[in-house]
Design a protein around this ligand. Sequence first.
Ligand code: PHE
Length: 348
Amino acid sequence: MSMPQAKIATLLGEGKKELASIKDASTLLTWETKYLGRKSELNEILKGLKDLSPEEKRLVGPVAQHARETLTTLHQEAAKRIEREGVDWDKEWIDVTAPGERIPAGHLHPITLLENEIADIFASLGFGVWDGPELEMEQNNFDSLNFPKDHPARDMQDTFWVKQDKHWKHTYLPRTHTSTVQVRYMQEHKPPIRIIVPGRIFRNEATDASHEHTFHQFECLMVDEPGKVTVATFKYIAETFFSRFFGKKIDIRLRPSYFPFTEPSFEFDISCVLCERKGCSVCQQTGWLEIGGAGMVNQKVFESVGYKRGAYQGFAWGFGLTRLAMMKYKITDIRLFMSGDLRFLKQF
Ligand code: PHE
């Protein structure tokens, strides 16, 4: 037997023996450096192979390779063994009869829950749900809704303006109301129309407990041939909806108002859900709660979406879904909804 082979056999034998008595990871590391490391004797032999004669190389090469593979396998097994032995089984036993850990599940946001509830009520009245983009063309947010350029009515809604990209064909803005979807829907559909549009909107407002720059509204649009959808229809739908929503009889009150896209326009109030018009702090002793805007769709809006003037008649309303949520759940700070505060959200 030539020298390298004898050496290899010795290394293999000693390596195995030493390994069997190792009980901890740091000694194992020392062993690994000694037998498999870059400067180990075995590695030196492998590196030296290239200097041997072809004859010797043929004899020594496979033996050295085999020794390295054997020691590598043994090392892996020892590592597993040491890991296993390192566990204190008296402490680490598993009680397979113990009840499982409950994995926390997420749930819908209170606003989404309300949107779903509202959609259900309206579905029973024959209304579908429609949607539109939050970043909207100025055209759909203002022009098509009969807001003339530079008209003060544009100031009724404090608008956030976004930096425009020179490649955009239109001016875009975060929509200030869900009325944008009236335009979008009517451009693509002919009456009869019965839709609601829940959605997120944006206003450039200073925030406090009752003002938020980002909140939810919901639009309602009902259009048909002249005479079929009147102010009385609106009152009926509104009363039915609110009574079902709050689970008690709710009265509606209309007050004259102005919106460019409705004519006539109203603000509408509902009878106070807390005091039933006796007067309380929530309704500031008036017995009524302001809910939102409404009116008969302005014929100019119909024209802007391509309908013939006078061909149709209908009503639209829009109001703060977030405010409704505050009334329903008696929440006193509007900012909680967008706060992402789990202590708040987990209560729903
Ligand atoms: N879009 C109006 C607003 O946000 C509300 C409104 C909707 C009024 C539809 C009339 C008809 O203030």
